[in-house]
Ligand binder design. Structure first.
Ligand code: ATP
Length: 261
């Protein structure tokens, strides 16, 4: 479980990106974070794997007090969390298989690092991960010959090969066309369903978020202003998340509760 308790994040330039975040995400959930550009979505996600440190409050992941981790403990904690980026972060001049194998480099013995020879076990794990995202037949193709969607699938395979406890994705479909974006979202959904890995992603495509995620967290100006099921997200809720307006005049929705104003 991921738990934010009264979390604030203030960047060194004094921008307060998160204000008093209280959020619990359970095993197996598929959560989409939505909100305007600059609302704090990336910051929220990146605090979970300590790419950004929280400024105050507590962040607890599967019993680990993440806010108290230091040095080597941060590095080993990060290994348990898969991270997918908009830009894929692949080594483009090499094959899909090699891109997945690269994720095993930190655990190789000195001579294997030196020779670049991966074990049979690592190769099986890498090929299995490529099969899980449906591109096993392209294992030996260089990724610079891949479409954006295929590249994102390689990135997902690389993450899966690490057996992550949680998958975070920061705008994973932002640079993909709508058809390819849905294929990548299908992969996320299948992985979430088959392995019960919680998936937390931030996304600008609201209609895709509502189609795929079970739970929607709306962020505005660093605060959670909506937290509820995808089915509960109406036009009115979207107006509230994106514009701060209460369209029908009598309801305000804060963290899943409907508060009369
Ligand atoms: N490294 C940083 N240093 C200083 N300020 C930052 C940093 N990263 C983000 N910010 C600021 O924090 C606020 C939240 O940014 P964040 O990137 O989390 O928003 P976002 O909702 O993910 O936006 P987008 O959808 O455009 O990616 C913004 O005001 C942004 O300018």
């Amino acid at each position: 479980m991921i738990e934010f308790i009264n979390v604030d994040k203030v960047y060194p330039n004094k921008v307060k990106a998160l204000h008093n975040i209280n959020l619990k995400i359970n095993q197996g959930e598929f959560v989409a974070i939505i909100g305007l550009s600059g609302a704090g979505k990336s910051t929220l996600i990146r605090c979970i794997n300590v790419m950004h440190e929280i400024s105050s409050g507590e962040l607890i992941v599967d019993g680990v007090k993440v806010h108290a981790l230091k040095g080597r403990d941060i590095r080993s904690f990060r290994k348990r969390i898969g991270m997918i980026f908009q830009s894929f972060n692949l080594v483009t001049r090499t094959t899909a298989l090699h891109n997945v194998l690269v994720s095993f480099v930190p655990e190789l013995s000195f001579w294997r690092k030196l020779t670049g020879i991966f074990s049979k076990e690592h190769k099986i794990k890498a090929l299995t991960a490529l099969e899980q995202v449906g591109i096993l037949d392209k294992a030996y193709v260089r990724v610079d010959q891949f479409s954006g969607g295929q590249q994102q699938r390689v990135a997902l395979a690389r993450t899966l090969a690490q057996n992550p406890d949680i998958i975070l994705a920061d705008e994973p479909i932002a640079s993909l066309d709508p058809v390819t974006a849905r294929q990548v979202m299908d992969d996320f959904k299948r992985i979430n369903r088959d392995f019960r890995i919680p998936i937390i992603l931030n996304i600008h495509h609201v209609e895709i978020a509502l189609e795929y995620a079970q739970r929607i967290v709306g962020v505005r100006e660093g605060q959670i202003v909506f937290d509820g099921k995808a089915e509960e997200v109406t036009e009115e809720v979207l107006d509230y998340i994106y514009k701060g307006q209460v369209v029908t005049g009598d309801r305000r929705i804060i963290q899943g509760e409907k508060v009369h104003v």
